[in-house]
Design a binder for this molecule. Structure first.
Ligand SMILES: [Fe+2]
Ligand SMILES: [Fe+2]
Length: 303
């Protein structure tokens, strides 16, 4: 299947909605409701994760902010976590659709029908916890670009490896950490439920990747997207941006101190190690050593 036909970034991430009162929308809501563990919240907390999630309780600069400014920072960071989760699920059902078309057996096609349906449910579960609609400009994260590019441009094998092995493998760690530190019982329940499905999605990626014989093209794509993924998990931009939005621009010294006090580098090293261990377990053709040689496992200079 030509991988880039009919797919665009807009069709994977940034598509619109039907009118509120559209009959199909009502029909879908009714269907989805049968499978959800939550309902739309009628009261939204200011934030779902506290300062401890980010180590901010150790930052002098954060502690000096007024209480309402601290709330504002935590609110923005909660929105970023939810928006990233929402975009991941949104892209995942289009991955499922691509795989239905690209698969050649009934079992694979049926599996991906189920896969796509579960991803749609996940997105709705997150939506029920959100009082905002993510926007391309304000809620963008580099991880969604890697995800969307591998779906749009990657060979079938590349998409399976990037979405189901890497993203969903790492995503389980990411979602578990969000679940454990979440302050809200309903959202905790959502992450717990989704994690069960993601374990199957990741598991199926492992099974299929073991069978796949990769073309040179797929290997090159996987190497390129894995490098980008490793860069994407290291960005510190959203944390700095949310603090600057209430404090004003931070000097280099203030940024360095903030990053030091919250233990950000240790956190990045941990994330990289998780990905490195994951890649080692699934590496049949030398991907880990290619990434090692390219310096991709080194912690980048923080900006
Ligand atoms: Fe999902
Ligand atoms: Fe998934």
């Amino acid at each position: 299947m030509p991988s880039d036909q009919n797919l665009s970034k807009d069709s994977i991430l940034y598509f619109g909605h039907l009118e509120e009162d559209h009959k199909l929308r009502k029909m879908l809501d009714k269907k989805l409701d049968q499978f959800l563990v939550t309902q739309k919240l009628n009261k939204f907390p200011d934030y779902f994760w506290g300062a401890e999630k980010y180590g901010l309780e150790k930052s002098h600069l954060f502690k000096k902010l007024k209480s309402e400014e601290q709330t504002q920072v935590l609110k923005q960071l909660s929105q970023m976590n939810l928006a990233l989760s929402w975009y991941i699920e949104r892209a995942a059902y289009t991955h499922g659709a691509k795989m239905i078309l690209a698969s050649t057996t009934q079992e694979e096609k049926m599996f991906y029908c189920q896969f796509a349906f579960e991803e749609a449910i996940h997105q709705r579960e997150f939506e029920n916890m959100m009082d905002f609609i993510p926007e391309e400009d304000s809620h963008w994260h580099p991880m969604v670009d890697v995800l969307s590019d591998s779906i749009q441009f990657g060979e079938r094998e590349t998409s399976i490896f990037m979405v189901q092995v890497i993203l969903e493998g790492y995503g389980m760690y990411f979602y578990k950490a969000l679940m454990d530190s979440c302050l809200h019982s309903e959202l905790k329940k959502v992450y717990r439920r989704i994690l069960t499905d993601e374990a199957d999605h990741h598991g199926s990626g492992l099974i299929l990747s073991e069978q796949n014989i990769l073309s040179e093209k797929s290997k090159q794509e996987i190497f390129k997207y894995s490098q980008k993924f490793l860069e994407a998990i290291q960005i510190s931009g959203e944390l700095i941006k949310s603090i600057e939005s209430v404090h004003g621009k931070l000097s280099k010294e203030e940024k360095d101190l903030l990053i030091e006090e919250i233990g950000y580098k240790r956190n990045l090293e941990k994330r990289i190690k998780i990905l490195k261990d994951l890649l080692k377990r699934v590496d049949h053709w030398g991907l880990s050593s290619m990434l090692e040689d390219a310096g991709s496992f080194e912690v980048k200079e923080l900006s």
